[in-house]
Design a protein around this ligand. Structure first.
Ligand SMILES: Nc1ncnc2c1ncn2[C@@H]1O[C@H](COP(=O)(O)OP(=O)(O)OP(=O)(O)O)[C@@H](O)[C@H]1O
Length: 652
């Protein structure tokens, strides 16, 4: 700011030298005395240029540093915020904040803020100089500034609103891109690419209109800022010439007045642009703090207790839970769950679809917090532990297996940072962490050997031997979210990850759903050895998974209504018999559905596509029902004909 202000003050001093030239040597006809004054003007010009160069040089470091630290703070916050926050926030909105909003803030800090402050100071000083040169001429400028203040004030209100709208729309657009890239296979499979494109075009067009609205507002303030000073200058010209002719002003003073006014022209014009820029930066800052100011309700206790060697006793006591966006008229999803999973026991969780099984498992690692009641690990409320410790004691594998853009090794050893140095954490955080890998990072041969052993064992248990056939074996980088692998392969790696974490409690949310029957049987046989020494809570969607368990808990209407062995429950609980028979029906249906559907699909030109999709989905253990439903969708009449909205159509 100092460099910039000095540059402007130097520029303002040049007209004073001009005045001396005009009123001195020029009026006296003394050509020789012009030379030193001309050299002075040259010197001042060079000094101004040097000061401007200094300004540009100085702003680089703090601007980029602020941007980097804000970005890190945002990332840390996103990591820290609970799953319920991420349920509500579209990823594109977060992405646009982390990238484009912070970029705006950096550019504004680097030169928008500096120029705004400096130009305002220069305008005030410049008008002061004009008034001191001749109060009448200066007054014209002062009076002319009044409409500019009014226009500026109105502009601020309108532009702020449009700026916010445009940045939010840019976030929505990023979400749309993210969603369609993520779901590209579904879009292609259902031939909805063109449709998605037209939806995207409409969104992009909305953003374009908003941008144009912004540009119009911008243009209008520029017009005012150029026209009003120009009009003031013409009034001054007429008045100044008249005053000079009356002898009130010297010609030199008149020249200096107009030269000073010319120096002020750019700072005045730039105010419009700088004001718009500042409002964009304010919106970006607001959007940034929308996230940073979000209160995290799932935090660590002030003084966390520690469970040194957990036995793995997991107890739900009168647990209530409801999602934040659940309508008031709904009862709690979990409405007083009581369940004791004994150390070393394998408990299967069974219930109808939508009964809350996944939700119950998510509570064990505090992905969500119970709304009432408590969950204890070895008698200690899980909220009394730090989240980091809790999540080393309890490891989860989900049905929807997420892999990071990292090597197979890093993905599987994600929960064992002590074996991977910092690499395990990096694998989750940055795509670049892959490849060179933590394997090399940690040099201790014993640690390396242990990492190899744990990795090999986990891969064996999860029947994930296929990784050794990948181009670089366990060092192969699996694509974004493991997209280069099949669903069944991803599930097996996710299961290997949970097993490798060697937790006291293993929580498996239907982790075998994408496996074919023979692979599932092999995984189950291997899992038995792990489960013998580990407490496990397994959400079961197949009767075969139930067979893995020592006991079964039945979740019904938000409560555990029966606990016992499979045969006990079959004997005693009608609801259990109903759930199990529907699971069996479902399994049978899956086995026959795909072939039936292929047989019945009409030859309407899409049949070949349908078969190809069915074959691809059924490959490597993808569920046959997915194949069947893909077929059904493809062979049904066009979505539009059935009156489905775009979104529903794409979703389906
Ligand atoms: N993030 C969420 N926000 C709001 N509601 C949710 C959320 N996740 C799940 N639900 C709702 O909670 C209910 C229970 O879902 P949950 O996934 O726990 O059931 P589930 O028993 O595991 O079902 P399934 O057997 O089909 O996997 C469902 O009605 C679902 O719509």
């Amino acid at each position: 700011m100092l460099a910039s202000l000095s540059a402007q003050l130097v520029a303002l001093s040049i007209p004073q030298v001009l005045q001396s030239i005009v009123d001195g040597p020029l009026t006296d006809g003394d050509a020789a005395s012009v030379v030193p004054l001309a050299l002075l003007v040259l010197g001042l010009g060079v000094l101004e240029a040097v000061l401007i160069a200094l300004r540009r040089w100085f702003v680089l470091t703090p601007g980029t540093r602020v941007e980097a630290s804000m970005r890190n703070a945002l990332y840390a916050k996103l990591e820290d915020l609970p799953v319920s926050f991420h349920d509500r926030w579209p990823s594109g909105q977060l992405l646009s904040r982390a990238v484009s909003d912070l970029n705006i803030i950096r550019r504004w800090l680097s030169f928008g803020l500096v120029l705004l402050v400096v130009n305002l100071v220069v305008i005030v000083i410049g008008i002061g100089i004009l008034v001191s040169m001749n109060w009448m001429l200066g007054l014209v400028f002062l009076v002319a500034s009044v409409p500019l203040w009014i226009v500026g004030y109105r502009f601020e209100g309108r532009y702020s609103e449009v700026s916010r709208r445009s940045q939010d729309q840019a976030g929505d657009l990023a979400t749309a891109v993210e969603e369609s890239v993520h779901g590209i296979r579904v879009l292609k499979a259902f031939g909805r690419g063109k449709h998605a494109l037209s939806t995207f075009r409409a969104q992009a067009e909305t953003l374009r209109s908003t941008e144009i609205e912004k540009a119009r507002l911008d243009a209008s303030i520029w017009t005012w800022l150029i026209v009003v000073p120009a009009a003031a200058l013409s009034v001054c010209l007429v008045l100044g010439v008249w005053l000079a002719s009356q002898g009130v002003l010297t010609v030199g003073e008149l020249v200096a007045f107009f030269a000073t006014a010319a120096v002020l022209a750019w700072p005045i014009e730039s105010i419009g642009f700088l004001l718009a820029f500042s409002l964009d930066a304010r919106t970006a800052t607001d959007r940034f703090f929308d996230i940073l100011d979000t209160r995290n309700e799932i935090t660590d206790p002030e003084r966390p207790v520690s469970v040194e060697r957990p036995r793995g006793e997991l107890v739900f006591s009168d647990v209530h839970f409801r999602y934040q966006d659940a309508p008031d008229r709904f009862d709690d999803l979990l409405d007083g769950v009581d369940l004791e999973v004994r150390p070393g026991e394998t408990m299967a969780l069974v219930g109808l679809t939508g009964s809350g099984k996944t939700t119950m498992t998510a509570l064990t690692t505090r992905l969500y917090d119970v709304t009432a009641g408590s969950i204890t690990l070895d008698g200690v409320d899980i909220r009394a532990l730090s989240r980091e410790e809790l999540r080393t004691h309890i490891a989860m594998a989900f049905e929807d297996a997420t892999l990071f853009s990292a090597s197979v090794r890093d993905n599987v050893l994600l929960g064992r940072p002590e074996l991977t140095g910092d690499g395990g954490a990096d694998a989750a955080g940055t795509a670049d962490a892959a490849g060179d890998g933590p394997h090399e990072a940690s040099g201790d041969p014993e640690v390396l050997a242990e990492a190899e052993r744990v990795l090999a064992e986990a891969l064996r248990i999860a029947q994930a031997g296929f990784v050794y056939g990948l181009p670089d074996g366990v060092d192969t980088k699996v694509g974004e979210e493991g997209m280069s692998l099949s669903g069944g392969q991803r599930q097996r790696l996710a299961l290997a990850r949970a097993v490798a974490a060697k937790p006291a409690v293993l929580v498996l949310d239907d982790p075998l759903s994408a496996l074919d029957v023979s692979t599932e049987a092999k995984v189950e046989a291997e899992l038995r050895s792990v489960l013998a020494s580990t407490t496990a809570l397994i959400v079961a969607h197949r009767p075969s998974t139930v067979m893995l368990a020592d006991r079964v808990a039945l979740l019904e209407y938000g409560r555990i209504t029966a606990v016992g062995t499979h045969s006990e429950l079959l004997r005693e609980s009608e609801h259990y018999r109903f759930v199990i028979s529907s699971l069996e029906d479902e399994e049978r249906r899956q086995a026959t559905a795909a072939s039936d559907r292929v047989g019945r699909a009409p030859r309407d030109g899409r049949r070949d596509d349908a078969e190809a999709i069915a074959a691809a989905m059924a490959d490597d253990g993808e569920r046959a029902d997915a194949a069947a439903s893909a077929l059904r969708e493809l062979t049904e009449p066009d979505l539009d004909e059935r009156g489905l909205t775009d979104r529903e159509g794409v979703a389906r």
